[in-house]
Design a protein around this ligand. Structure first.
Ligand code: FES
Length: 164
């Protein structure tokens, strides 16, 4: 199967897909791309490129404007919607909590596991490419890339607009 890149050139399904010039992507810091019908966020942070599904696995919030912080030794994007923390490197969601059985209860980091699908980024001669994850397992963020998820995201957006 073949697909077309941003310039209309054919490239193999799955990628690598050309997503932009390195300089442009660095300047933009966050770049939204649709690759093979999948909405992907390309992130440049502290000298490294990352790519992940663009919508948060929790309830489909857009991660594009999420802050990035180092938490428990992991660089995480913080979903603007409900503040879930998702590792840029592998899509793991981490959270801080206290175990009430502990005395005194001391907050510590826990993992919810890998929830967000991440993709790999490569660079050749100033051109940046994303190869979509070929993992055949189910990631919760897959839901918001499908038809049902799209409808749900649109509904949530409408509700949000009505509130404001
Ligand atoms: S949608 Fe991202 S934390 Fe809820």
């Amino acid at each position: 199967m073949w697909d077309r890149d941003m310039e209309g050139k054919e490239q193999p399904a799955g990628g690598p897909h050309f997503v932009g010039k390195k300089d442009e992507l660095i300047e933009a810091k966050r770049s939204f791309r649709t690759l093979e019908g999948r909405d992907v966020l390309v992130i440049y942070h502290q000298g490294v490129f990352y790519a992940m599904d663009s919508y948060c696995y929790h309830a489909g919030g857009s991660l594009e404007n999420g802050d990035i912080e180092e938490l428990n030794g992991k660089l995480c994007i913080i979903c603007p919607k409900h503040k879930y923390k998702i590792s840029l490197a592998n899509g793991e969601c981490i959270y801080k909590a206290t175990d009430p059985r502990q005395t005194p209860p001391v907050p510590r980091w826990y993992s919810k596991g890998v929830k967000q699908r991440v993709h790999s980024v490569t660079e050749t001669n100033g051109d940046v490419y994303v190869t979509l994850s070929g993992d055949t397992g189910w990631f919760e963020s897959d839901y918001y890339q499908g038809e049902k998820g799209k409808v749900e995201r649109a509904r949530a957006e409408e509700a949000e607009q009505e509130k404001s």
